[in-house]
Design a protein around this ligand. Structure first.
Ligand SMILES: [Zn+2]
Ligand SMILES: [Zn+2]
Length: 135
């Protein structure tokens, strides 16, 4: 049984949120859009229920960018920290960027996804399952 309360915040601290519920399977997403949005080799994301998520400070700083016809990426407009994405086909879930959590997370990443579009310089050094796209 995983923990039921998590706190998180952006880099500048203007934006603070809580998750009161389960954090789902953690994935390392190597898609180009995640790489661009984070400036990194991959994004570390996990689904949470929208109803478990609440901004507790700085709601006005949470801005969103429509990165595809079906995906919105939400970030802090002050410091640019990516917070979550929302997909039109699963609007009841947010995909949380778990690097913004302040509460320690017990679970470990489960898989690498969108490995077909990973950066050519990136070397995956663990034994987790790898999927060409979303499995
Ligand atoms: Zn911020
Ligand atoms: Zn991605």
């Amino acid at each position: 049984m995983s923990q039921q309360y998590y706190a998180g915040s952006c880099l500048c601290g203007a934006l603070r949120y809580e998750v009161r519920g389960e954090i789902g399977d953690v994935v390392q997403c190597h898609c180009q859009r995640c790489r661009k949005a984070n400036g990194t080799a991959f994004a570390t994301n996990a689904p949470i229920k929208k109803s478990d998520f609440q901004v507790v400070q700085g709601e006005q700083f949470l801005k969103s960018y429509q990165s595809t016809a079906t995906t919105q990426r939400c970030f802090c407009s002050e410091c640019g920290s990516p917070i979550m994405s929302i997909k039109a086909d699963t609007p009841e879930y947010y995909r949380l960027r778990i690097g913004t959590l302040d509460t320690p997370l017990a679970q470990k990443p489960m898989m690498h996804i969108f490995v077909d579009s990973k950066a050519e310089w990136d070397v995956i050094c663990d034994q987790l399952p790898q999927y060409p796209e979303r499995p």
